[in-house]
Design a protein around this ligand. Sequence first.
Ligand SMILES: Cc1ncc(C[n+]2csc(CCOP(=O)(O)OP(=O)(O)O)c2C)c(N)n1
Ligand SMILES: [Mg+2]
Length: 694
Amino acid sequence: MSATHVAEPMTEAKLDQLAVDTIRTLSIDAVQQAKSGHPGTPMALAPLVYTIWNRVMRFDPKDPIWPNRDRFVLSNGHASMLLWSVLHLTGTQAVNADYERLGEPSVSLDDIRRFRQLSSKAPGHPEYHWVSGVETTTGPLGQGIATSVGMAIAQKWLAERYNRPGFPIFDYNIYAVCGDGCLMEGIGSEAASLGGHLGLDNLCWIYDNNHITIEGSTSIAFTEDVAARFLAYGWNVLRVGDANDLDRIEQALSVFRATKGRPTFIVLDSHIGYGSPHRQDTAAAHGEPLGEEEVTLAKRSYGWPEGARFLVPDGVREHFAAGMGARGAAAHTKWTALLASYRAAFPDLATEIDQMQRRELPAGWDQKLPVFPADAKGMAGRDASGKVLNVLAQSIPWLLGGSADLGPSNKTTLTYEGAGDFQAGHWAGKNLHFGIREHAMAAIVNGLALSKLRAFGATFFIFSDYARPAIRLSALMELPSIFVFTHDAMGDGEDGPTHQPVEHLASLRAIPGLVTLRPGDANEVVEAYRYIMQLRHQPAVLALSRQPLPTLDRRGYASAAGVARGAYVLADPPDGNPEVILIASGSEVSLAAQAHGQLLTEGIRARVVSMPSWDLFEHQTQEYRNSVLPPTVPARVAIEQASTFGWERYVGAAGRVIAMHTFGASAPLSELQRKFGFQPELVVAAVKELLGRA
Ligand SMILES: Cc1ncc(C[n+]2csc(CCOP(=O)(O)OP(=O)(O)O)c2C)c(N)n1
Ligand SMILES: [Mg+2]
């Protein structure tokens, strides 16, 4: 008699467990191989991420940029192996920055083997511009959850503008996972407060309540009642007491989807390093490889083949294909058909959706941009900006934004008929009220940009510091976010040094890829916006004056179109052969122009270069740059109401920099200008001294 061994059939529950443990062991192996990374949180949260992805989320791995997909944000970005595992196991496909499908996996098993190595698609933290399927770059704690509020605002706005009865073109949800760090960070609180105020019921945060951060137990620094805090913010708060209970997690997620009028916060009690006998529930599980011995013990606890490395057992990929793969494909197919009939019924709206998705602009978007007449009294940069924004917001339906409670000062309020305020239930409004929350504002602007809207956020330039980490991420992500900063220098005089930016230009100019523009008059403001609106993969900062600046007579001066090149020759001596070059930005451009006139009368041949953007200028050809700043003219004076830092680059060792060495002072602007040297005669004196003609 012979017996044939029949393998036990795999039940759904067993496949679930196998998939969860595959995420765990891929994470463990990748960190061990790299000798660097964070194994503990993926080990704990594999069941959560598995449940969201395979049971709940509507996401088509074949098209990770399908506009109506649910969004998944891993705000505790150090647990990136969770994301690399599920992107790999679902077979998510790669797309490039031009939205073309590349016909290859977003994250291959080889990438995971090369976790944290050069050119691997499994880098240390989730990187939006680098790996398809990553919805936003995370790692700086708190940024992900704050950005998710922007994504939720975007969904509400898109649904309100584009959905029609029977046509739910945009009805997706946003899931964000966060840890203790995200909830300790101020930005997390700012964003949660605004999300609760707006009643964003398309937004679900899941809190990994493991009581562990790097220094040990949260009992050393974080003992508040987090759930009570979220109740107070107006969120629906749920608790799942066992992070391994897939059904309870799924149930909580379905409560979220049924909840109307407020966002959902799920407290998930978990054990960092779950399954590792010596590391579980310790800070050591957070950021160190387990070590070979402990890897073996952890695998033994999962019932995993102890010697296997990077094992994806038969049936796991198929299980994801049958779950998320099938659900996502069906939803996507249905949506594509829906969009086709929508296109027939609402062709104009469908065109808008197409253009927005490709980051294109509607035809004629810049036709109504103003041209400001010459005016010696002039106009403040912020006022010109307000006029331009009001034109652009009408010609570009998906341009929206707001201020951190400074709308009346920033002049960013959209005042045309029908612009409206964005509030709970008034989802079509184009004026966002961020409240006094600059950091969350900038992250939310990024979330809107990630959702393909064109968005701006505004505050005083001095408080760009409060937004800087999110501005930096916009550049890292290559997003066309727009930051409008007014009161760019000493123009608010009496407010004094607390309100006078000094080092901010230098610090923003230092961010790679960020376009920083400080226009010199109203027409330069127009040209700055014309340039910014055409950006598809770069963020921009505008530094605008509070006080009126003369609107230059462009019949006598060069056209403001030169703004697009970063710097241009505004004025030359009559024979075009300068012996000295004055370089200025913003409010100092008209000052340089005045000094230029005075110098000419004294027989000194000066050129004035308006330089609104170092970054744009650096991207011009050497030939163009030499034509603006000829190497044969070493006598140069830079004038800017900001830190001197960096101007040596353009004036050279022999040049002069009229700029700030201190934090300014509290006094009327005219007195400050005199005290700090921003007067035509002082510029003239500096030039004469430089030329040895004093
Ligand atoms: C803004 C910011 N500050 C500090 C860090 C460094 N850091 C990375 S993870 C971490 C601890 C996070 O603890 P928690 O969020 O509880 O994550 P867990 O260890 O539980 O996964 C810290 C301090 C960071 N990434 N971002
Ligand atoms: Mg923790």
